[in-house]
Design a protein around this ligand. Structure first.
Ligand code: PLP
Length: 468
């Protein structure tokens, strides 16, 4: 993490008046300090560190503050509002549900839940034929660990080992943090679950490419086999593996696994009778140009964790999987108080209808081609600064390096995020060497281009200032 702090003092910046972006005040606007002061006083600091923008209204791909400024949103509130902020169909579904006067039912049955689950299962690949709903993504990944272990124990009592990838994001609760590996963010736990094993993520820069600049299939297959041998040497008995959990792509860098690596993993899982879970919480619902991001790999997972873009708005998450695994827990033993709230389900049903009616999965793929072409163009322009552009569809990450040493640079991208904010563009600030980009899938092409222009100008200005 860069530890970079965005400037809290209102600063005079050039005013912006493009078709989609308006900056009419100092940034942050002087009036916003009252809100930030209040949050600073009453809210724990773990919630803070975000770009200093006060959201007053958000519509489709634009965010408005109360002071007359307007931003193009390249964050989708961290990949939630795939169907656009305050989508009309979602709002009218919510209004109808409010007018029915049914806001909560706990696990008692309600129509919106039944209707949404049917739709979710119907749009998913056939073998994923049962689902259940929770509230947060981290609950879904915790439950996936539970389900994989429960299923392992039906084969033998010690088949409880779960393998995940170092540095993956699966949430902030205990098992989810352990899945991430031995990191600063999991140090608070104070011990390691002896049955959670972390593999190194197969980063392309850790492997030499061939003479044609490509890494061959065999190299990735060998890499997977070698990593498994390393785990064996650390004491892992393969008969004890309950399953693997993979973030569909490494979130901070929009980095997908190499396909041959995942295919090899699937062969291994089959041979050793263990499960595969994809955590598609961030990549689901069209973000990467497929309905689910894991579908880029051409393998059949047993369980898939979903969240974020599932409802386009309200807190909802899900696990979808094979019936025989999903029905393992006893009646009433896997739920939570707010699971499947009728309002969330009404929003989620409308959300799926919008994804279908507006063909947003295809739109994401189409606009993704524009986005990636433009980002690669910027990379070519600043080869000493931009090391990689990763992602698929309307998901992208630009990775930055120090031009002198070539090592990852966390400060430059933070400065670019701050400058873009001053120009009326919101980017995902990762605190790492990356900037992430994920506009609502509904963004018009012209606004996508306008946002990219603001990004390019920001990179150019920070670059110029850094060499002065
Ligand atoms: C891939 C992935 N899994 C799990 C989570 C956790 O989801 P939540 O914040 O809803 O608990 C996140 C959140 O960023 C995520 O990106």
């Amino acid at each position: 993490m860069s530890g970079f702090k965005f400037c809290q003092e209102p600063k005079r910046v050039p005013l912006i008046d493009s078709k989609y972006r308006k900056i009419r005040t100092r940034i942050p606007p002087p009036g916003s300090s009252r809100i930030f002061d209040k949050l600073g006083k009453y809210e724990s600091r773990s919630m803070h560190g975000q770009l200093p923008v006060v959201w007053d209204r958000a519509k489709d791909f634009q965010v408005y503050d109360p002071y007359g400024n307007c931003w193009i949103d390249f964050t989708s509130t961290i990949f939630v509002t795939n169907t656009g902020h305050a989508n009309e169909d979602i709002i009218s579904a919510l209004r109808k549900q409010l007018d029915k006067e049914l806001l909560h039912t706990y696990t008692f049955a309600n129509k919106p839940r039944a209707r949404f689950l049917q739709k979710l299962v119907e749009i998913a690949p056939k073998h994923l034929n049962k689902a259940f709903l929770l509230s947060a993504g981290t609950e879904a990944t915790e439950c996936a660990v539970k389900l994989m272990r429960m299923r392992g124990q039906t084969i033998n009592k010690s088949k409880v080992a779960v393998i995940s990838f170092k540095g993956s994001m699966h949430g902030r609760t205990m098992a989810a943090e352990m899945l991430k590996g031995d990191t600063d963010s999991s140090a608070w736990i104070g011990y390691r679950d002896p049955n959670i094993f972390n593999m190194p993520f197969p980063y392309p820069w850790l492997i030499g490419s061939g003479s044609n600049g490509r890494i061959s299939r065999g190299v990735w297959e060998k890499r997977f086999a070698d990593d498994m041998v390393s785990l064996k040497k650390k004491g892992l008995d393969f008969r004890k593996i309950a399953g693997f959990i993979l973030e569909s792509y490494m979130g901070w860098g929009a980095l997908f696994f190499p396909v041959p690596y995942v295919k090899m993993l699937a062969v291994f899982a089959k041979e050793h009778d263990c499960l595969i879970t994809f955590d598609d919480i961030q990549g689901g619902f069209g973000r990467t140009g497929k309905l689910f991001a894991y579908q880029h790999y051409g393998v059949e997972p047993d369980l898939v964790c979903l969240g974020k873009g599932i409802s386009g708005s309200l807190p909802l998450s899900a696990i979808i999987g094979r019936r025989n695994i999903m029905d393992l827990p006893d009646m009433g033993s896997m739920s939570s108080t707010h699971s499947a709230n009728p309002l969330c389900c009404a929003a989620a049903f409308a959300n799926l209808q919008v994804i279908e009616s507006k063909d947003l999965v295809k739109e994401s793929a189409r606009k993704g081609i524009i986005l990636h072409r433009e980002l690669n163009r910027i990379k070519e322009k600043y080869p000493h600064r931009v090391s990689y552009v990763f992602g698929k569809g309307l998901l992208a990450a630009m990775l930055f390096k120090d031009p002198k040493t070539g090592s990852p640079d966390c400060i430059f991208p933070s400065m670019v995020c701050e400058r873009a904010m001053q120009k009326g563009l919101l980017l995902v600030h990762t605190g790492r060497e990356s900037i992430k980009i994920g506009p609502p899938l509904t963004i018009p092409d012209a606004a996508l281009f306008d946002g990219i222009t603001a990004l390019e100008e920001s990179v150019a200005e920070i670059e110029r200032e850094s060499i002065q």
